[in-house]
Ligand binder design. Structure first.
Ligand code: NAI
Length: 328
């Protein structure tokens, strides 16, 4: 029998945690033949609710679930972790400046990065979901000098999935027909969903759409502002779709992208496409056997260049701000 994979989830008692844990335990994160042990990290106020969720996980009698530990100590929760999903974060509250937000999250992600550095398994893979996801991932990565930088990733898969559906709908196609779509940059309102290399049922997507005004004025804002639209409609933020995207992100990282397709992940830049080295920015990536590569050689037109640059500029500003706070 296989050794269970240790999966640590932070913010386990939150909305996304509740939508995520059952899917991990049922085998959707790593595969239907991979047993898992869950490690839940919460702040002290969240421990009781996490225990309630653990009771429900027990009550599902998932055959693949080999144990659940709950802790408020990162050094315990990340011990032996093979996969870490960093969901818990400090949300922006009314009147909070960006600097305050970055500082509050630095107080979470720096010690978590250090705990991963000191206690996680050698093959640790980290996905940061908690916002500001790219910069939180950068802070955690900087605090983990013994872990290869490319093991720290940030989630833009929800944006990717949102864009796939919007594009499929526009062209009357099925989501399965959409390939090679890219989210570039920051997981924020400046993100750039790029259809110029995408294919829909084998046809170039930008040519099939043939409507730059729709791209600029409907598609891009719809994808970038989808989170706000969901809060407006549902009265609560997107949790199930975010959890779904986290499942997709890790599943793709571990199991690989399909031939002739790629996905979007926030990963450490090697300087590709003019994105300054070391920033954690979203790129088109292919994955195989638990590793990824940034897709090379794509031609970037003027329409895309301006938008990628704007989002990357925002990432640089966030990096400068956290540097100034001594978080890097
Ligand atoms: P939530 O507020 O329902 O849950 C967050 C949980 O994290 C709470 O239970 C809280 O106690 C816990 N927490 C806070 N600090 C912690 C720490 N230091 N260690 C462990 N746990 C801690 O929020 P929700 O809806 O689950 O969202 C979580 C995060 O995901 C937010 O930052 C949100 O902005 C982000 N998000 C990111 C998306 C993406 O596409 N990258 C999409 C949707 C949400």
């Amino acid at each position: 029998t296989r050794t269970p994979v240790n999966v640590t989830v932070t913010g386990a008692a939150g909305q996304i945690g509740y939508a995520l844990l059952f899917r991990i335990a049922s085998g959707q994160l790593l595969g239907a033949d991979v047993p898992v042990k869950l490690r839940l990290l919460e702040i002290p106020q969240g421990l009781k609710a996490a225990e309630g969720t653990a009771m429900e996980l027990d009550d599902c009698a998932f055959p693949l679930l080999r144990g659940i530990d709950i802790s408020d100590d990162p050094n315990v929760a990340f011990a032996g972790a093979n996969v870490a999903l960093l969901v818990g974060a400090r949300p922006r509250t009314k009147g909070m400046e960006r600097g305050d937000l970055l500082e509050a999250n630095g107080g979470i992600f720096k010690p978590q990065g250090k705990a991963i550095n000191d206690h996680a398994a050698d093959d640790i893979k980290v996905l940061v979901v908690g916002n500001p996801a790219n910069t939180n991932a950068l802070i955690a990565q900087a605090a983990a000098p013994d872990v290869p930088a490319e093991r720290f990733t940030a989630m833009t898969r929800l944006d990717h999935n949102r864009a796939v559906t919007q594009l499929a709908k526009k062209l009357g196609a099925s989501v399965e027909d959409v390939k090679k779509l890219t989210i570039w940059g920051n997981h924020s309102a400046t993100q750039y969903p790029d259809v110029f290399h995408a294919e829909v049922a084998g046809r170039n997507a930008a040519e099939a759409v043939n409507d730059e005004k729709w791209l600029a004025e409907e598609f891009i804002p719809t994808v970038a502002k989808r989170g706000a639209a969901i809060i407006e409609a549902r009265g609560a933020s997107s949790a199930a779709s975010a959890a779904n995207a986290a499942i997709d992100h890790v599943h793709t990282w571990v199991n690989g992208t399909a031939e002739g397709d790629w996905t979007s992940m926030g990963v450490v830049s090697d300087g590709s496409y003019g994105v300054p080295e070391g920033l954690i920015s979203s790129f088109p990536v292919t994955t195989k056997d638990g590793t990824f590569e940034i897709v090379q050689g794509l031609e970037i037109n003027e329409f895309s260049r301006t938008r990628i640059d704007a989002s990357v500029k925002e990432l640089e500003e966030e990096r400068a701000a956290v540097r100034q706070l001594g978080l890097l």
